[in-house]
Design a protein around this ligand. Structure first.
Ligand code: GDP
Ligand code: GDP
Ligand code: MG
Length: 317
């Protein structure tokens, strides 16, 4: 690992501390206490997984798979047991984010690459937009942010702060204007200026409010008028601390606007990091990034293997 990679990795480990304390410490204690896999072990493991918000379905899938494996081979030492449980948890994550490609590069002929960021109130959309802008800027991309949250009074000011931090320009209109119009303006300006990427921040909305979901569809339609393949991505931001409710949010947003990826924020503040498994499994939509803090460099591309590694790695490292 390079210096920066290991720095990021230790930041990730730090961010996952609470989830590690619950999920992993419990699994380790169980392995230590039982020392072999039997029905009781599996029942207790399932319980730990479910209470860590991995989700019932995912927990059961992991258990079934472990049962299968233990029929083929005896797992006796604690290392072997550990390795088995850990690899089955990794496999339960939907991959697609960790294909080794640079997460800040775009496919060819997608200029501008348009990313729409959606979600309920307070999940961390604006923060994520700022962090993403910073990352793309650092990857030498010309970035434009569209301030399509015209609903919340201080939304423009908040985004301006992030724009300054990231060194990225923002396209905005007056509070109360049509968010679709802002999105239209932004994509059009990006096209005219030859920008590489557009990131559209949107207002928070409850997934259950149909009129507000219609507003999102309109934003999407309007963008398509300028650039038929756009938006290239619709990213739903989910707050990890909400636990299982995240799944319902994700389902309804997916039905309305078709999600291409997820960002799970606030993993640093919760023991419910397991929800990442539940959501990606329920939706088959990849987790693209995770938020492990409030600072501009606290967004990390999601890599399922690294994530599990950071969860399970011993403290002594
Ligand atoms: P929005 O309403 O969805 O746009 O949410 P904001 O971006 O305004 O964020 C709401 C709050 O969540 C702010 O106080 C952020 O600092 C905080 N926040 C966002 N992402 C993270 C994260 O990954 N970790 C932590 N601890 N806080 C975060
Ligand atoms: P009411 O729906 O007429 O009672 O009034 P509201 O103050 O709830 O909303 C007025 C309009 O503002 C709605 O038609 C929505 O378009 C919009 N609005 C209300 N709440 C939200 C919200 O949480 N997010 C967003 N984006 N728009 C909202
Ligand atoms: Mg916001």
């Amino acid at each position: 690992m390079s210096f920066f990679d290991s720095l990021k990795f230790s930041r990730l480990k730090e961010g996952l501390a609470k989830t590690r304390e619950t999920l992993v410490a419990k699994v380790n204690r169980l392995i230590f206490a039982k020392g072999k896999i039997d029905e009781e072990f599996l029942t207790q493991l399932e319980e730990i997984l479910i209470t860590s918000d991995v989700g019932v379905e995912t927990a059961q899938r992991i258990i079934v798979s472990i049962k299968h494996k233990t029929k083929e081979k005896k797992y006796e030492s604690q290392e072997e047991l550990n390795e088995l449980v850990r690899s089955e948890i990794t496999n339960a994550l939907v991959k697609g984010s960790s294909n080794g490609s640079d997460p800040f590069e775009f496919p060819p002929h997608t200029k501008p690459y348009v990313i729409m960021v959606v979600g309920v109130n307070g999940v961390g959309k604006t923060t994520t937009v700022g962090k993403l802008a910073h990352n793309y800027k650092s990857a030498r991309k010309h970035v434009l942010i569209g301030a399509a949250d015209t609903f919340r009074a201080a939304a423009n000011e908040q985004l301006e702060v992030w724009g300054k931090r990231a060194g990225v320009e923002i396209i905005q209109q007056l509070h109360g204007s049509d968010p679709a119009a802002v999105a239209f303006d932004t994509v059009q300006s990006a096209k005219a200026r030859g920008a590489d990427v557009v990131i559209i921040d949107t207002a928070g909305r409850l997934h259950t409010k149909t009129n507000l979901m219609e507003e999102l569809k309109k934003i999407k339609r309007v963008i398509t008028k300028i650039s038929p393949e756009a938006p290239h991505e619709v990213i739903l931001v989910l707050d990890a601390t909400t636990g299982q409710n995240a799944i319902q949010q994700a389902k309804l947003f997916n039905e309305s606007v078709g999600l291409t990826g997820l960002v799970i924020t606030k993993l640093d503040g919760t023991a419910k990091g397991g929800v990442i498994f539940a959501v990606s499994n329920a939706l088959k939509v990849p987790v693209r990034f995770i938020g492990v803090g409030e600072k501009i460099d606290d967004l990390q591309p999601f890599d399922a293997e690294k994530f599990v590694e950071a969860l399970f790695e011993k403290e002594s490292h």
